[in-house]
Design a protein around this ligand. Structure first.
Ligand SMILES: Nc1nc2c(ncn2[C@@H]2O[C@H](COP(=O)(O)OP(=O)(O)OP(=O)(O)O)[C@@H](O)[C@H]2O)c(=O)[nH]1
Ligand SMILES: [Mg+2]
Length: 196
């Protein structure tokens, strides 16, 4: 697949399942806690700044944002989960929206699950992995913000996440969206999934 993208178009921000675009092109979706760098990874993947909005305020992306890349595929920026400051009602709305996207009969070729490498995997993270496995959606795990850790502690952190989440080694990627590290490998894997 050609790796240069000509046109990236913001197609839609969906606040409810009725707003989802009619399934057509293959989709790759980015999912993770608020503030882990979902939007940053989308921009890094596209090698374009400011396509997906990056924010330092956790919980910024509230809608499911669909970006159409040429006439090839959609990148889907899912709103972040797990932020403490929202009401139970909002959390329930998030769950309904994201779950209906993931479980709908959409042509999702790959889910990119992003975590902050500095954290410890917890119950919420494991529940997400179990849910995605249950759905049978193909996924990779991206451990982002490696620039915030000493290089010498990367292998240990990687192992901690791999074991904590119960995922295969080959599906775990280390990244720094800030410094552009690890992006190429992730890019390749995403493009590979889109070709299938
Ligand atoms: N140090 C460091 N900061 C990063 C990295 N990736 C993203 N950030 C920063 O983390 C913050 C959140 O990034 P976003 O891309 O907006 O995160 P998000 O997951 O889309 O956040 P929500 O849409 O709120 O869920 C921003 O301040 C980014 O600049 C990284 O690899 N290293
Ligand atoms: Mg975002």
């Amino acid at each position: 697949m050609k790796v240069h993208f000509k046109e990236v178009r913001f197609q839609k921000g969906a606040f409810s399942p009725e707003d989802f675009p009619v399934p057509s092109l293959p989709e790759v979706a980015f999912l993770g806690r608020s503030n882990v760098g979902k939007s940053s990874l989308i921009n890094a993947f596209l090698r374009q700044k400011g396509v997906a909005r990056v924010s330092s305020t956790p919980g910024f992306t509230k809608a499911i944002n669909f970006f159409r890349v040429d006439h090839r595929f959609f990148l889907v920026d899912l709103p972040g989960y797990g932020f403490a400051k929202v009401s139970p009602k909002m959390r329930a709305q998030w769950k309904t929206l994201v779950e209906s996207y993931l479980s709908a009969s959409r042509p999702i070729k790959l889910l990119v699950l992003i975590f902050d490498i500095r954290r410890e995997p917890d119950e919420l993270d494991r529940a997400l992995i179990d849910y995605v496995k249950e759905l049978g959606r193909p996924f990779i795990v991206v451990l982002n913000k490696i620039d915030r850790l000493k290089k010498s502690s990367w292998p240990q952190a990687r192992k901690r996440w791999q074991e904590g989440l119960g995922v295969e080694e080959e599906n775990v990627f280390l990244a720094s969206c800030k410094e552009g590290k690890g992006i190429e490998e992730i890019r390749k894997r995403i493009l590979q999934a889109l070709e299938k």
